[in-house]
Write a protein that binds this ligand. Structure first.
Ligand code: ZN
Length: 493
């Protein structure tokens, strides 16, 4: 390989290594950090993120990239030329944003987060409104700097950060039929019955969750499972992937759902070729939507199946003993698949969840366009809760103030959750056909066949293709809501 490419990859690796130190500090903040360290931690994070940005946007990176782009040998290699296209895209996006705008967004959102926490606590949207106004305006500036694709809209420029290649118009085309088909399905399946509650000591749950994570294929020599208020996954680098979950004495199946979700993310991180490709597109996930498909697939398609619980309940009995003695596979299977419309997205069941996401997409897209004044967000929100889920929103705390995303300055993030569900269902159809006896494998607690399929077909490719290109090449079809609709219909039939 040419010397310019070596040097370029060295600089990218250094930028990624700096970012990784920031991520490690952020992981620590959520799991271990003492309360009074907050202000200094913010300084540490700001410094490493500035250094990483400077390293990545250095003019030398541009020179080396240009040299590589005129190297016939590199261009003839399809993997390396895809890698170079990805680096070019990232470099352009990073250098198009004026540093003043970047720091203004980060300063405004860290202040807005504080205001939002207070406002949510008191259900006081008016106090948050000017901050949301400001963040929408800043996001508009950001989108204009990044550039709107031909025939596209401002939203597309923001979406590109989370879901490369996706557009708002394409999302609308996929979401509209999904929303239409979910309504009758939910009306038929919805129940107000509360799942039976069992109490399992947290220490036993911890042991059970560690056991399942290990059995599924999470490599503990290359990762950790800890506890945090909001579960998350951080892929720090080669050999280091951190996940968290949370336990409640009466939340036995919830904790396992969280763990399986994060293990799904972690398997993707552990399956990326980071040793050779750290900081390069081919060593990074294709998109947040595809990342979410990996977590949802383990949480839902595996973790809510009868086959999985046939194995897992036996293990739970062995580890947790008396506490789970009364549970049956049928009961768990029914309880983890209940459809119960609610006000809160993060508590929503698998079926109603997508409605929460799709109306957030509509609202943020209209805010960005200027079609929906920020002052009217609560009424727009409440109207959609009534239309889509049949629920009256009693206050903004349980309405438009519930999520952190807008306060953190993130517009264009929400759709990736539903994209994850859509990709998971579509990939599941293909992989069950290809693996053949997957159900029998799950019943025996054998996960290596599934992990190997995901490794080979998804994880190993990094960001060589967009999520939808990968979906098309694996399933033979572009992204389409039918797989998710039929998966949910079969389940509730
Ligand atoms: Zn996730």
């Amino acid at each position: 390989l040419p010397a310019a490419y070596d040097e370029l990859r060295g600089l990218l690796r250094e930028a990624a290594t700096l970012r990784s130190l920031g991520t490690l500090a952020a992981w620590d903040q959520e799991t271990m950090m003492p309360p009074r360290a907050g202000a200094f931690r913010a300084e540490e994070l700001a410094l490493v993120s500035r250094l990483a940005h400077e390293r990545f946007t250095h003019p030398r990176v541009g020179e080396l990239l240009a040299a590589c782009e005129s190297d016939a040998g590199l261009l003839a290699d399809s993997a390396e030329s895809a890698n170079l296209r990805g680096i070019r895209r990232d470099y352009e996006r990073a250098t198009r944003l004026p540093p003043g705008l970047v720091s203004e967004i980060s300063r405004t959102s860290s202040l807005a987060l504080e205001v939002w926490r207070q406002a949510r606590g008191m259900s006081d949207f008016p106090s948050f409104r000017p901050w949301l106004d400001r963040l929408v305006a800043l996001n508009r500036d950001k989108a204009s700097c990044l550039g709107v694709p031909e025939g596209g809209e401002l939203y597309d420029a923001l979406l590109e950060d989370f879901e490369p290649g996706m557009t708002a118009a394409r999302l609308e085309a996929v979401f509209a039929p999904l929303r239409r088909e979910l309504a009758p399905l939910i009306a038929k399946a919805a129940t107000s019955r509360e799942p039976e509650s069992v109490s399992v000591p947290v220490e036993l749950q911890r042991e059970f969750n560690l056991h399942v994570a290990k059995q599924v294929g999470f490599e503990f020599e290359a990762g950790r499972l800890d506890v945090s208020t909001h579960p998350f996954t951080e892929g720090l680098g080669p050999g280091d992937t951190r996940i968290t979950t949370r336990y409640r004495e009466d939340g036995f199946t919830d904790a396992l759902s969280s763990t399986l979700h994060e293990v799904g993310h972690a398997l993707y991180e552990q399956g990326l070729p980071k040793q050779e490709r750290l900081g390069q597109p081919l060593g990074e996930p294709a998109s947040l939507g595809l990342h979410e498909s990996q977590s949802r697939l383990w949480e839902n398609q595996v973790g809510r199946s009868r086959a999985f619980w046939t194995w897992a309940l036996g293990e739970a009995r062995r580890v947790c003993g008396e506490a789970v003695r009364s549970l049956t596979v049928e009961q768990i299977h029914r309880d983890v698949n209940v459809v119960r419309p609610g006000l809160i997205r993060i508590e929503a069941d698998e079926t109603t969840y997508n409605l929460h996401v799709m109306f957030r997409f509509d609202i943020e897209r209209r805010m960005l366009r200027g079609d929906l004044p920020v002052a009217e967000v609560p009424s727009a929100w409440n109207a959609r809760m009534a239309a889509d889920l049949g629920l009256a929103v009693p206050d903004d705390r349980r309405g438009c103030l519930q999520d952190i995303h807008w306060a953190a300055g993130a517009i264009g993030y929400f759709p990736t959750y539903t994209l994850g569900n859509l990709y998971a269902a579509q990939l599941w159809e293909t992989l069950t056909a290809e693996i053949g006896d997957l159900e029998a494998q799950l019943e025996r607690g054998e996960f290596s066949g599934l992990v190997a399929w995901l490794r080979r077909n998804i994880h190993a490719h990094g960001r060589r293709h967009t999520a939808e290109e990968l979906c098309r090449s694996l399933t033979g079809r572009p992204l389409d809501p039918q797989a998710l609709i039929s998966y949910l219909s079969r389940k509730h039939a």
